[in-house]
Structures are given as C-alpha cells and as structure tokens.
Design a binder for this molecule. Structure first.
Ligand SMILES: Cc1cc2nc3c(=O)[nH]c(=O)nc-3n(C[C@H](O)[C@H](O)[C@H](O)COP(=O)(O)OP(=O)(O)OC[C@H]3O[C@@H](n4cnc5c(N)ncnc54)[C@H](O)[C@@H]3O)c2cc1C
Ligand code: SF4
Ligand code: SF4
Ligand code: SF4
Length: 405
C-alpha cells in the first residue's frame, strides 16, 4: 500500500486514490495545502494496485519530441485570452467537433482549480489560460476512463505528472485518447493562493465553473475573473489581474508579474510543491502526445512568428499527436529542439530549491503572508548580489588568465 515517507516523491496526481478498489485512499491537504494520499488501513486489502500505478515508483522513459513547432492561433481574440499562442483551444475545438470530450483545468466556486471535462466549446473556455496553482483531480481520471470505454474521443490536458498519472491508471493505450501536457515550471500551494485571495477581501462565490451561483448581495465585491497571464502589457511582460464587481460596476485590479506578491513567490520557486524540485515527468516522461509551452526566445529565431501577442512552443511527441496537429489550421514554422530548449529549460530541468523555501514557510507559520514583500526584497536582492558576485569573480579570473599568458 502507498505510504509517503518523502514528500518529494509524490506529485499528488491521485492515480492511487482513483484506482483503489476499496476506495480507501483519500487525498488530504498537508500544512502547506498540498494534497497527499492517506490510506484507511482497516479497509485496505493489500492488492498493491496503488503502488503499481504510481508514477513516482515507475516513471516512464525519457523521450525527445519528433517534431518541434512555433505556432500561432490565427484568431487574435482567442490568442489574447490564451497564455501563449492559443493552440490548446484549436486542439479542443477539433475534438469537440468530432463529438469528443475535453478535460482541462478550471476555477471552482472558491477560485481553487480542478480538472473537469467539457462537451461544448462554451465549457472549454473555462480551461483556457494558465492557472498557477495545483489543480485537484477529483473524479477526472475515472470520468475519462468511462468516456474512453464508451468509445468517445477524449482530449485530456494537464501538467506532465497528471498526464503520466492518467497513462499509469489506464494501464493500456486507447486509440481514442489524445493526451496534452503543458511544459511545467511547477505548481504553487493552493493554501497560499487561498490566503492571497483573502487579502482582496472579496467573496469568492462568483463566476467560475458550471455550478456557479451568482450572489444577490451587492455590497461586497465579487470576483468575476482572474488571469495569471493578462496580456494588457504584451505577452512578454504579462501581468496578474482580477476582475471584480461591486454595485453592478466592474473594477479591474492589475499588476505586472514582477510586482505581484503571489507571482513573485511563484516565479522565484518559493511556494512550489516539494515534488516540483525533483520532477519525475519532464523530458517527455509524461508520455503525452503533444506538449505546449510559451516559445520564449522566438523573437531571436523568427521575426515573422513574433508580435508580442503570444507564440506557442508545440512539441509533437508521438505520431498520433503530429497527425492531429496536421489537421488544425494555424500559422506555424518548424524549429529545432535545441532552439526550444535553449529558451525553455523547464522542458527538462526541475526548479532549484534554495534556502528561501524553508525561510518562507517558517515566516508564514507565524506571520502568514505579512512581511513577505520585505522577505522577497531581501531574497531577490541577495539573488542579484550573488549573480553580480559570480560575474565579478568570472571576470577577475578571465583577467588573471589573460595576464598569466
Ligand atoms: C502550472 C503551469 C506551469 C507552467 N510552466 C511553464 C513554463 O515553465 N514554461 C512554459 O513555456 N510554459 C509553461 N506553462 C504552459 C503555458 O503557460 C501555457 O499553458 C501553454 O503554452 C499553453 O498555452 P495556450 O496558449 O496554447 O493555451 P492556454 O489556453 O493558455 O492553456 C490552457 C491549458 O493549460 C491547462 N492548465 C491551465 N492551468 C492548469 C493547471 N493549474 N493545472 C493543469 N493544467 C492547467 C488547461 O487545462 C489547458 O490545457 C505552464 C502552465 C501551467 C498551468
Ligand atoms: S493496496 Fe489496494 S486496497 Fe490497499 S490502499 Fe492500495 S489500492 Fe487500496
Ligand atoms: S504520485 Fe500519485 S499515485 Fe503516487 S502516491 Fe502520489 S498521488 Fe499517489
Ligand atoms: S513540476 Fe513536475 S511534479 Fe511539479 S506539477 Fe509540474 S509536472 Fe508535476
């Protein structure tokens, strides 16, 4: 039976909980807000299925993509609402038009994130845009398995570890399944996200998923929409935004990513799930058919594929993925894997875990999120200082070598 001794070796995919024939595994949040499996040992029959489907125990082989593209959705409205070039939307559209089902990450009624399915493009819209916190799996794996056995086409999207978890859970390949992962920097803590949202003093009951209940009270602002990748200042210098409504009037809070507290904690790798510092699903190990990312650095490779509105990096990992990509209408060029990797090391490399992580959680335990701006300033300054010192020492070594020779 599954027993977590080192949290770095559990990505929280929920495959173990979904496969358990006795339903005796529940996913429970730890003191940092990340979900881990907890077994009710009284009901366990020791069948070993939970260990068999665990990606951390049985990771897939590394793979290099067969095709690499820089790509842009020709519909500019869709692209502006997407995080990179809007390619997820096109793939979802293809599957829906063929009577299929699309799985993706949407906000729930509390503005937390859950993997859900949609059978219409209206439903798919809730999956658009990167949501920078870990999504719960709830019943998504078992729902997908049901649709697959019924013969429906399924597009399942998620982080690489969620896709690896699905493949393990299914234990066989399905012709009607297409899997898509996002190249993943890591996922921040849902607890820190909840705490951050509370700073807005907003009622989270608002417009989110399909079970939304709109509040009839007007005196407290309600959240109407959240974007972690608002392109109001362009794709490269994206910002964080919250649309809220008070007395039937809409207000927008916007902050550039480098000024926003939550984004700074995320981008400095401080509030990530422990497994993200030792990810087992990078380098193609998710077994996905297609991977999507931002094509950072495209401005150095092809000026015709760059307009600062978003360009996707698309990795065709399998023949099935490449065939589907051939069936959609978008603007693209083929590039090399080396170019893609040069500007996007997250394809292969996990984030670095620094001393700031431990320091953050110890400050958080007593002060919650208060004082974090000072903590970040100190950390970001010390990072700049250490980079400057490294550059200074490299420069002095070069001068030393020059004078010796
Ligand atoms: C947590 C996270 C980290 C990322 N890290 C990087 C990175 O380091 N480098 C990089 O180049 N790209 C990264 N991306 C991917 C990138 O931000 C875009 O999602 C990707 O380029 C697809 O963009 P799009 O324009 O085609 O579609 P979009 O509409 O922007 O993408 C939507 C897709 O993202 C999925 N998604 C959104 N939020 C989540 C979530 N919380 N959990 C699981 N799936 C989610 C949806 O299900 C859907 O498949 C990350 C995405 C996420 C969610
Ligand atoms: S060993 Fe079997 S019954 Fe026990 S927790 Fe794992 S899957 Fe469930
Ligand atoms: S990695 Fe996934 S399958 Fe393995 S223990 Fe964690 S939640 Fe369960
Ligand atoms: S970095 Fe790896 S472990 Fe963390 S969420 Fe992404 S795929 Fe999962």
């Amino acid at each position: 039976m599954i027993h977590i001794t080192n949290k770095k070796y559990c990505c929280g995919c929920s495959a173990c909980a979904s496969i358990c024939p006795k339903h005796c595994i529940t996913m429970q949040a730890d003191d940092k807000g990340f979900l881990y499996p907890v077994v009710n040992e009284l009901d366990c029959i020791d069948c070993g299925l939970c260990e068999k489907v665990c990606n951390e125990l049985h990771p897939f082989e590394e793979r290099t993509p067969q095709k690499v593209y820089a790509a842009i959705n020709k519909n500019e409205q869709i692209r502006m609402k997407s995080s990179s070039g809007g390619i997820f939307y096109l793939l979802a559209e293809k599957i829906i038009s063929e009577g299929g089902v699309v799985f993706g990450a949407r906000f729930d009624e509390q503005w937390q994130v859950v993997i859900d399915y949609a059978e219409t493009m209206e439903g798919v819209k809730a999956f658009m845009g990167s949501k920078y916190l870990q999504a719960r799996m709830d019943t998504a794996y078992t729902d997908a398995k049901r649709f697959l056995t019924e013969g429906r086409k399924v597009l399942f999207s998620g982080t690489p570890c969620q896709i690896a978890g699905l493949h393990h859970l299914l234990q066989k390949s399905y012709e009607n399944l297409l899997t898509l992962d996002v190249i993943c920097h890591g996922v921040p803590s849902p607890l820190i996200w909840k705490e951050y949202l509370e700073k807005f003093k907003l009622r989270p009951k608002g417009v989110a998923g399909k079970n939304t209940v709109l509040s009839s009270l007007n005196e407290v602002p309600i959240i109407m929409g959240i974007s972690f990748r608002d392109k109001y200042n362009g794709w490269k210098k994206y910002g964080f935004s919250v649309h809220k409504q008070l007395n039937n009037k809409e207000h927008v809070f916007r902050e550039p990513m480098e000024k926003n507290l939550y984004m700074r904690l995320f981008l400095n790798n401080i509030i990530l799930r422990p497994s993200c510092y030792k990810c087992q699903s990078k380098s193609g190990k998710s077994n996905s058919d297609i991977s999507l990312a931002d094509y950072w650095g495209i401005w150095r490779i092809s000026s015709k594929m760059y307009d600062n509105k978003g360009t996707s990096l698309v990795l065709g990992n399998t023949q099935k993925g490449i065939d589907i990509l051939r069936g959609i209408n978008y603007k693209y060029i083929e590039t090399s894997y080396a170019d893609a990797f040069r500007y996007n090391p997250a394809i292969e490399k996990s984030c670095l875990e620094t001393a700031a992580v431990e320091e953050f959680w110890s400050i958080y335990r007593t002060n919650r999120l208060n004082g974090m701006t000072d903590f970040l300033k100190k950390y970001e300054i010390s990072f700049l200082e250490s980079t400057f010192l490294k550059l200074k020492s490299i420069a002095s070594r070069i001068i030393e070598i020059f004078y010796r020779s």
